[in-house]
Write a protein that binds this ligand. Structure first.
Ligand code: M6R
Length: 535
């Protein structure tokens, strides 16, 4: 029966279930908020037997309860009854050849094939089957047969839908052993794509964004909201936007955004950052921001994603599909876009003058070659990974711009290598965590930012005096650092302000090599999925 329903979700977070008679089949991805209530109700109706209490089983029984001969009508009752954020595909033997699909505040894409049509939660999953896609909005009801697709609104009117061709090449590892390495190595090309056509006569412009001085001058405060790696990109963004726009910026973890009742209004710009554009926490924050009247600008890799579509403005990071769970090329592309966006808005506001713009743009255009230089000398990483792979506790220390990168370095090591790792503001380390340092501790010291260099080095000395093994990331030509650390990975000399875009690359390579050395599943770490569509 499961072959009948051509649902291609991400294997790890979509679920398939049928009723015991195999009359009805449901594919589900998402989060149901009133599961307990449904369970009680179905039990009272005598529709829940032993072993039918998984969320997907509850949904099958709910579909069965409401079924009166037409699945597309049934699904409307199901949407009323079931609370949460989810995508559903349903099938019944009583209407063979037909699948009905719907999403409630999550993502649903239809793929149009030659002989079959498909439903999926994202475009990437569809690419092995078809590049012709159609995006479905929340609560639109899709009826698919192999020959035909009909999409209606919840009230039954035909929804007009655009069919488009995806230009990506899909998920092909080529000659690489892992997607993560391929994606790390794609960064120089990604920088070139990101910059191309976006700077004319030292003026930044975006293909998908036109802002007027009236709009940008209205913004008195910026919030950046995101999760995981994208949140770390936001922390770097804070420094970039504050420095170039002279507007206060707050950075929030999306899942925490609404709890504090953020002080936002129509004069606030909320920048949401999401590679996938489908992260439920970020989407919820976006909706909260919009409900309070703020302008929302998305920085995303998928403009057609729910986050891209629901935002007032969107900027594309041009990374192409990122398949490895550990985000790498999307992170640096997000950073690059933040610099470009700050320049763009700053040029409109007049807070960025011509000389400053020219200097930063010049430095940004040097990035592809500098990144290529890092990637052309990676021999040392295997040796370093062998040396440090047994340490199960690591601290990444840095100050200023190096601090968010310490968080990102630690996250990469945690998720790829299952090593307990923490990123820490180097100056804060002595206020407690230093107690954890023994001769078993692995410290990765980020000694790139010039204005914090001496102070970070002082923290490194404190750790080394307590037996820690220290690996430093420093700028080419820095001899001083070698006296205080066990190993150094050098970065080519780079403009201090844009250095974060390069500093992270050695951290990505370190995590990749340690993951390999520890025999971990580099691309698909346990317990994790690429886009997290539950809150
Ligand atoms: O698609 P998003 O950028 O919204 O995803 C956010 C996080 O889930 C993501 O960055 C996650 O932390 C990565 N696995 C980190 O490598």
């Amino acid at each position: 029966l499961s072959n009948v329903l051509g649902f291609i979700g991400k294997k790890q977070n979509s679920f398939l279930a049928s009723d015991s008679a195999e009359d009805f089949l449901v594919v589900f991805k998402g989060n149901i908020e009133n599961g307990e209530e449904l369970k009680k109700w179905l039990a009272e109706e005598g529709l829940l037997t032993e072993g039918e209490a998984t969320t997907t089983k509850l949904l099958v029984q709910t579909v069965k309860y409401y079924y009166k001969g037409k699945l597309e009508e049934t699904i409307k009752d199901v949407l009323d009854k079931v609370q949460g954020i989810f995508t559903l595909g349903v099938f019944t033997k009583q209407e063979p050849g037909k699948v009905v699909a719907v999403t409630k505040d999550s993502s649903l894409v239809i793929g149009l094939g030659d002989e079959n049509n498909f439903i999926a939660s994202d475009i990437i999953s569809l690419l092995p089957y078809t590049k012709k896609c159609m995006l479905i909005n929340s609560k639109e009801v899709c009826v698919l047969t192999p020959e035909e697709i009909k999409v209606t609104t919840i009230s039954g009117e035909i929804a007009s839908k655009e069919i488009f061709d995806v230009s990506w090449n899909g998920a092909d590892k080529g000659s690489y052993e892992h997607f993560m390495l391929k994606e790390i190595e794609e960064q120089p090309a990604g920088f070139r794509t990101n910059l191309s056509g976006r700077v004319v006569n030292n003026q930044v412009k975006f293909e998908s964004l036109t802002l007027s001085s009236e709009i940008v001058n209205r913004w008195k405060k910026i919030f950046i909201v995101a999760c995981g790696t994208s949140y770390h990109a936001g922390l770097i963004g804070k420094g970039v936007f504050e420095s170039l726009l002279h507007i206060p910026v707050e950075v929030e973890i999306a899942s925490e955004f609404s709890y504090r009742g953020p002080l936002i209004n129509k004069d606030t710009l909320v920048i949401v950052i999401s590679q996938s554009g489908e992260t439920a926490d970020t989407l919820a924050a976006l909706r909260e921001a919009k409900s309070k009247g703020a302008s929302v600008l998305a920085i995303t890799n998928v403009l057609t994603s729910t986050i891209g579509r629901e935002s007032d403005y969107s900027v594309y990071i041009w990374s192409g599909p990122e398949i490895a769970i550990a985000s790498t090329k999307a992170f640096t592309a997000m950073l690059l876009v933040e610099y470009l966006l700050a320049l763009y808005i700053g040029q409109i506001k007049g807070t960025v003058g011509d000389t400053q713009a020219k200097e930063i743009i010049g430095a940004l255009f040097a990035l592809p070659d500098l990144a290529a230089k890092i990637l052309n000398s990676t021999e040392q990483y295997e040796k370093i990974a062998q040396k440090y792979k047994e340490h199960t506790n690591a601290f990444f220390l840095g100050r200023g711009f190096d601090w968010p990168l310490s968080l990102e370095g630690a996250l990469k090591l945690k998720e790829t290598s299952y090593v307990h790792a923490e990123g820490y503001p180097a100056g804060e380390f002595k206020h407690g965590s230093l107690a954890l340092v023994t001769d078993d501790t692995f410290i990765i010291a980020l000694c790139v930012q010039k204005n914090t260099y001496e102070k970070t080095l002082a923290n490194v000395k404190e750790c080394r005096a307590r037996g820690a093994k220290v690996l430093a990331i420093a700028l080419e030509g820095d001899k001083e650092v070698t006296q205080y650390v066990d190993d150094v990975i050098y970065l080519p000399k780079v403009n201090n302000f844009i250095a974060p875009i390069l500093t992270v690359i050695p951290l990505q390579l370190l995590a990749y090599n340690i993951s390999k050395a520890r025999g971990c599943n580099v691309d698909q770490p346990r317990n994790l999925v690429k886009s997290i569509v539950i809150e």
